[in-house]
Design a protein around this ligand. Structure first.
Ligand code: FEC
Length: 316
């Protein structure tokens, strides 16, 4: 019997390829409204500070998609899953990925986002665009909405927290004196009125990892809020650090950015440069857990979720 051919649209945020593409990228994020020269300079400077303007997210996404393709090949002898990239704010865009699948003759596909937690403003936006293009191309698509409590994802995060806590212990800081701060990208506060699952899903992952590590000295904090007039979800990680210091809650801080799965600007600048600098000024000892990138446990999480969505679509 011949194998079923199923497309897999792997969606990720996207990043520029060079500093002269930052303006077009930022304009796309701002839904077509170009940034002011000051805003553009501020963002370009942040990219420049991250290893001299190198854009790690692009290479990381490429590697994640290749590793996922291989994981799917090994775990699914009965189905020929074919991965395509679809980026939210850069080329190849989400629509390009769906078009490529259709051009290759695929009639059914699964979409998944390289972000474990669902918000109507994040994953919901990716899915909407993919669904619209799939309908235009005649591709039947199903989607993974979230995978924030998949046991292999929780295990991969737990191993990372444990590894950093061990380093703190070797340096003389027992684990109960280290405050673990789980973080994710902030969103406008208005998502709360929409009963968006994003905050609860993030807390659920944080709690699962904390329980697996057996730690009680932990909290959740937001990061990377947009520079807009509307209120964003807080407390921001920078305020979290100030409070930890002011209230003498801990001298050691471990940040685990579990809302992200890759090394990119929001981790390499907002945490490794901005938050670390503040922590040093405050006299706090600061560390961050390593990003998941192509961790086999993360690849298996994605592969399991894709196969489950595919099976579900066949039965419906
Ligand atoms: O490394 C890179 O080049 C890209 C890093 C990057 C990731 C990322 C992930 C998320 N974002 C989310 C929400 C928003 C909302 C706005 C917004 C704006 C920006 C800007 C940059 C940026 N984001 Fe992002 N985000 C990344 C980068 N993001 C740059 C523009 C400058 C700034 O505000 O810092 C506000 C848009 C608006 O103005 O309307 C909202 C969410 C995620 C995590 C889920 C995902 O990956 O999709 C949520 C990585």
């Amino acid at each position: 019997m011949s194998k079923r051919n199923v497309g897999v649209l792997v969606m990720s945020y996207g990043t520029p390829e060079s500093l002269d593409q930052v303006e077009a990228y930022y304009t796309h994020i701002r839904r077509g409204s170009p940034p002011s020269p000051e805003q553009l300079k501020e963002l370009t400077d942040r990219y420049d500070a991250v290893v001299g303007g190198f854009f790690p997210l692009r290479e990381n996404t490429n590697k994640q998609v290749a590793a996922l393709q291989e994981t799917l090949r090994q775990s699914s002898p009965d189905v020929d899953y074919r991965c395509y990239q679809g980026l939210k704010h850069a080329s190849p865009f989400i629509e390009d990925g769906v078009r490529s699948m259709a051009a290759d003759g695929l009639k059914e596909a699964v979409g998944i986002v390289l972000a474990p937690h669902y918000s109507v403003m994040s994953v919901g936006g990716y899915i909407k665009r993919a669904q619209e293009q799939a309908e235009a191309e005649g591709v039947k698509m199903s989607f993974v909405r979230s995978y924030h409590l998949h046991p292999k994802l929780v295990e991969a995060l737990t191993l990372r927290v444990e590894a950093e806590l061990r380093k703190f212990a070797e340096a003389g800081a027992p684990r109960d004196r280290v405050r673990v701060v789980f973080t994710a990208h902030s969103l406008p506060e208005k998502i709360l009125e929409m009963r968006d699952p994003y905050p609860d899903q993030l807390l659920a992952t944080s709690r699962a990892v904390a329980d697996a590590c057996g730690i009680v000295n932990w909290q959740f904090g937001w990061q990377s809020a947009g520079r807009t007039a509307m209120p964003w979800l807080g407390p921001d990680i920078l305020d979290v650090l100030r409070t930890i210091k002011e209230e003498r809650q801990a001298e050691y801080v471990l940040v685990c950015p579990l809302g992200f799965v890759s090394d990119h600007l929001e981790v390499l600048y907002d945490l490794d440069i901005e938050a670390k600098r503040l922590a040093e000024e405050l006299g706090l000892s600061f560390a961050r857990t390593a990003s998941l990138n192509t961790d086999p446990l993360y690849m298996e999480t994605l592969s399991d979720a894709i196969r489950e969505a595919d099976e579900g679509a066949r039965q419906s």
